[in-house]
Design a protein around this ligand. Structure first.
Ligand SMILES: [Zn+2]
Length: 283
């Protein structure tokens, strides 16, 4: 729901000669994704990387001697890493909250700047984090689950490698390679999650800020990635509006279309780097 009428505010501010203004592209800085990975996901990867060393050493001595209590030691090492994760989790959740707050602050500042440069209207005091509280909470909860899932998956896959190795009496170096591969996968997945989460939260916040301002029209900006979704690439520059009475109208020489399903909006599907630019229609 619109909270303020940016079109009216802009008209009071300036005499516009154009009938529509496309706002500048707000592109999330990669540094924010790196930061999410470093502070919230990397500690989990590091935890399992260091547990992996212990587990690999224990596996090697177990396969040499095949004493009956050795598998219990390995289980203990895996449980120990899980317990360390549980203690670490509180700190990670706090870092996550902090990251979401900072990301919202960056997005809000960028939106304010885009509105100011396009219209001369300074939204400063009109905008606050409380307006998008629900979205921030959603991302805190979602990432909380993802962080836990990265740890659970590492635990499960390391456990599988160890116990299938023991059953089949696999050489220590083979099991070590599998365990290290699990840690490598956790790391790659975490890096991807962090960049995907940044795209998603920044796209969602951008849409919320646009709707708050009473703007229903937006323009698709393709990610111009090396391997984009072809149908996303094809939408580059297209105009959309979620308001039925705007659809079919001509803005800046383009026909405003009905947007696709929301899970296929810019920045929403996995690893989509597309964005949207808000469009202020003045007539
Ligand atoms: Zn895309």
């Amino acid at each position: 729901m619109p909270r303020y009428d940016l079109a009216s505010m802009a008209r009071r501010q300036r005499n516009f000669r154009r009938s529509a203004i496309v706002f500048r592209d707000i592109r999330p800085p990669a540094m924010l994704a790196t930061d999410l990975y470093q502070r919230c996901y990397k500690p989990v990867v590091d935890l399992w990387a260091s547990a992996a060393d212990t587990i690999i050493a224990q596996y090697a001595s177990t396969i040499d001697t095949m004493t009956t209590d050795a598998p219990a030691d390995i289980s203990g090492a895996i449980d120990g890493a899980s317990n360390t994760f549980d203690r670490l989790f509180i700190t990670l959740t706090a870092s996550l909250r902090d990251w979401v707050l900072r990301t919202e602050q960056w997005q809000r500042g960028s939106w304010r700047g885009a509105v100011l440069s396009a219209t001369g209207v300074d939204l400063g005091t009109l905008l606050g984090p409380a307006d998008v509280r629900a979205t921030m909470d959603t991302y805190i909860e979602w990432n909380t689950k993802l962080i836990r899932n990265v740890s659970d998956e590492a635990r499960k896959k390391i456990g599988d490698a160890v116990f299938s190795g023991l059953t089949q009496r696999q050489p220590a170096r083979d099991v070590a390679a599998r365990i290290r591969e699990v840690v490598g996968m956790s790391q790659r997945r975490s890096i991807n999650i962090a960049s995907d989460q940044l795209s998603k939260i920044s796209s969602e916040l951008a849409d919320e800020r646009r709707r708050e301002a009473g703007l229903s029209v937006w323009q698709w900006v393709s990610s111009h990635k090396l391997h984009p979704r072809e149908w996303h690439q094809a939408r580059d520059g297209n105009l959309y509006s979620e308001e039925a009475d705007m659809q079919g109208k001509t803005v800046n020489g383009k026909t405003v279309a009905e947007p696709p399903a929301r899970d296929d909006w810019p920045g929403r599907p996995p690893y989509c780097g597309c964005r949207s630019k808000s469009v202020l229609v003045l007539d």
